[in-house]
Design a protein around this ligand. Structure first.
Ligand SMILES: [Zn+2]
Ligand SMILES: [Zn+2]
Length: 175
């Protein structure tokens, strides 16, 4: 993969008003920080698709790329992976004070693609990053993962959890 330049010089695209261009660009993503935890982007190099269109009043952008991130499950701490499709839009209008129309990634006819891609990737991470939707988490007594564990292994010598008793009943009924 060619070295990824993260700054796009918009003037060099020489787009006339009403014209658009689709660019396929390699983008390198740094690990993403979320709640004090680091999530690796794997692979770190993604093939991004950037649509640039020029209007009489400025530019409009759409950025898309597939994302795969890896990190610990928020419940059981086991390694987990997740895939997402990033699809983000920005507008950079000239001569306006409306912040909605002033992309923070555009300055002096340059688009900071690297920073935008990073921020868009952060937004694509779910607030609950789990190894699986129904992750059972860790045993509060011994700290082991309860996924695929036999509940009887985690009865320990404390007050029996009424939920386990209920489970045993269900098992008997199934037979
Ligand atoms: Zn988990
Ligand atoms: Zn346990």
């Amino acid at each position: 993969m060619a070295h990824a330049s993260s700054i796009i010089d918009l003037a060099r695209l020489s787009l006339s008003y009403g014209e658009g261009r689709r660019l396929d660009l390699p983008v390198r993503l740094e690990p993403l920080e979320l709640g004090g935890q680091s999530y690796a982007v794997s692979p770190a190099g993604v093939d991004a698709c950037l649509d640039v269109s020029r209007h009489s009043s400025g530019y409009a952008f759409r950025l898309r790329f597939p994302l795969r991130i890896e990190g610990p499950c928020m419940r059981c701490l086991q390694p987990a992976g997740m895939e997402a499709e990033v699809d983000a839009r920005e507008v950079a209008q000239e001569g306006t004070d409306d912040e909605e129309l002033l992309s923070p990634y555009v300055a002096e006819d340059e688009l900071d693609l690297g920073r935008w891609a990073h921020d868009a990737a952060v937004l694509a991470i779910p607030t609950r990053f789990l190894c699986r939707q129904d992750c059972a988490g860790l045993c509060p007594v011994c700290g082991e993962s309860l996924n695929d564990a036999d509940p009887s292994d985690h009865e320990h010598d404390t007050t029996p959890d009424p939920r386990w008793a209920k489970l045993e009943e269900l098992k008997l009924e199934e037979q």
